[in-house]
Design a protein around this ligand. Structure first.
Ligand SMILES: Nc1nc2c([nH]c(=O)n2[C@H]2C[C@H](O)[C@@H](COP(=O)(O)OP(=O)(O)OP(=O)(O)O)O2)c(=O)[nH]1
Ligand SMILES: [Mg+2]
Length: 134
């Protein structure tokens, strides 16, 4: 049977002035629950990826994204779901970053990211960050 098309997800990498990355922990009951993630969510029909990123980051972490640059697109098959992560680096935003949806969250130094379990699709982004390529 042909699998349904991947879920398109806008994902934001936010760095603070110390070079640390904002991450939060997915609620336990969700797909990939308990894993750490970069903020973001599903791109809705008729919406640009940047608009989805702006909407999700306002909802989830309280910021207005002013400028963001596309980093990479990652396709991954979890078996139960396929995702297409459209990963952007947020280069300018206003507002104070805080988690608004009750998720555990933190700023983590890039070289410490390996200590946090992320969904398998994220590995390429984690590698770029830990190697200082972002
Ligand atoms: N936000 C985010 N999702 C990720 C990451 N890595 C990864 O595999 N995913 C997957 C998990 C989910 O299957 C999908 C995101 O879906 P989601 O359910 O969290 O999307 P959403 O925020 O729009 O949630 P909802 O409105 O449907 O509740 O992408 C990541 O770093 N960040
Ligand atoms: Mg989300």
């Amino acid at each position: 049977m042909a699998k349904s098309k991947p879920i398109h997800v806008a994902v934001g990498v936010i760095l603070n002035s110390d070079g640390a990355v904002f991450i939060s922990r997915r609620h336990a009951h969700l797909h990939q629950g308990g894993k750490w993630e970069f903020p973001g969510g599903k791109v809705e029909a008729g919406e640009t990826v940047l608009a989805a990123l702006q909407r999700e980051l306002q909802e989830e972490c309280n910021i207005a994204v002013e400028q963001a640059l596309p980093l990479t697109v990652i396709e991954h098959d979890y078996g139960d779901k396929r995702v297409r992560l459209d990963v952007w680096q947020v280069t300018s935003f206003s507002g104070e970053v805080k988690q608004r949806e009750g998720q555990e969250w933190c700023w983590v130094a890039k070289h410490e990211l390996d200590a946090y379990p992320f969904p398998a699709a994220n590995q390429a982004i984690i590698d770029c960050l830990t190697q200082g390529q972002i």
